[in-house]
Design a protein around this ligand. Structure first.
Ligand code: GSH
Length: 97
């Protein structure tokens, strides 16, 4: 069963940039929400994940929702997921902020 992933982030955040760069290099198609420009996105993040910290990956699987914080954990998760799915260039390297 495929998962649905949404990245909560904003442009100026270096940790978000690190995740966005990995996603771009890996050729992963990922929906994003900007928590600075979009108050609704920020509310979803705080209510769902419990913190306003970004980046945060919302993972939906079989109706269950998990909120994953920490840029390196998000990259690791996406890498493994897309490697297992056999798509993307999931071995792309990580840039440090
Ligand atoms: N260790 C975290 C650091 C994330 C972080 O510090 N994010 C900042 C923005 S650059 C933030 O969201 N600060 C506000 C908050 O914690 O609510 C990571 O690697 O993702």
């Amino acid at each position: 069963m495929p998962e649905r992933h949404v990245l909560y982030q904003y442009d100026a955040c270096p940790f978000c940039r690190r995740v966005r760069q990995f996603v771009a290099q890996a050729g992963i198609d990922l929906e994003t929400r900007d928590t600075l420009r979009d108050p609704e996105a920020r509310r979803e993040l705080v209510e769902g994940g419990g913190r306003s910290m970004v980046p945060c990956l919302r993972i939906e699987r079989d109706g269950d929702v998990q909120w994953l914080y920490e840029s390196l954990d998000i990259i690791d998760y996406l890498r493994r997921y897309h490697e297992a799915a056999g798509d993307g260039r999931a071995n792309a390297r990580i840039n440090h902020p």
